[in-house]
Write a protein that binds this ligand. Structure first.
Ligand SMILES: [Zn+2]
Length: 250
């Protein structure tokens, strides 16, 4: 895919996730990105609006200039300076999202090609509640098919580099446990990250994660969730007909 096509698809994905009727993000909430090659990716500019974003508000970043932030103990000023220096086109004046390091790190450790992050109302009903951790437990088969056998739960962490580090550690744990990449990451008191090999997969994962959260929220009014057993979860995840269905969602 050419860089221009990737950029066009990312604009479309951003507009889709930013539609107000979906209640995923309002004002400047949420961010999106797309992998270009092994070292570079586009990421949303800080303060831009998903619903109305323009191509010039999606900034090309060189991961080799910011990856070191994950290991050191950078100050807020260091982070701002390094993010600005990582812009491939020095003529760009827009500033990369505070979650740029998070997006870049996920392209290094997963197979994602597009990433969407939003502060979805229904997911945050659960994630901001005392029952936040219930969100990674399965209650319906289609959610397993679309969102994966185990979603990642990340306890509340300061946005930016600390959150990127925590997400990397938790994603690696889940990936190693199952030998496959997670698709859905839930951030406590914050929101959802959807990982996809295509923009469509990001849209599907986000939509299903939100539906899952909405249904889960409803179950608390009706005696509480009836979680699927480990046996039933494994059966759904590994049966051949579901493999075929999953391939159609990519
Ligand atoms: Zn966020």
């Amino acid at each position: 895919m050419t860089k221009q096509k990737i950029l066009n698809e990312l604009v479309e994905l951003s507009h889709h996730l930013g539609e107000e009727s979906k209640e995923y993000a309002i004002i400047g909430e949420g961010n999106t990105s797309a992998k270009i090659d092994a070292h570079t990716f586009f990421v949303k500019a800080s303060g831009s609006n998903l619903k109305t974003i323009r191509p010039d508000q999606l900034i090309e970043i060189d991961w080799r200039k910011v990856g070191a932030l994950l290991d050191g103990d950078p100050s807020d000023e260091d982070v701002t300076r390094m993010l600005n220096e990582a812009r491939v086109d020095p003529a760009v004046s827009a500033r990369p999202s505070v979650e740029t390091v998070l997006h870049g790190a996920l392209y290094q450790i997963t197979d994602a090609k597009f990433i969407g992050h939003a502060h979805c109302v229904y997911a945050n009903m659960i994630l901001c509640s005392k029952n936040a951790r219930d969100i990674v437990r399965h209650i319906m088969p289609d959610e397993i098919v679309v969102c994966g056998i185990e979603s990642v739960f990340v306890p509340y962490t300061d946005p930016g580099v600390p959150l990127a580090r925590e997400v990397v550690a938790r994603v690696k744990e889940v990936a190693e446990r199952h030998g496959e990449m997670p698709r859905t990451i839930y951030l406590q008191n914050h929101g959802v990250i959807a990982l996809g090999q295509s923009p469509k997969q990001v849209e599907n994962v986000m939509a299903m994660a939100v539906k899952h959260a909405k249904i889960l929220a409803g179950t608390y009014a009706l005696g509480g969730p009836n979680f699927l057993s480990d046996h039933d979860i494994a059966r759904i995840h590994y049966r051949p007909d579901e493999h075929v269905r999953r391939a159609q969602f990519k």
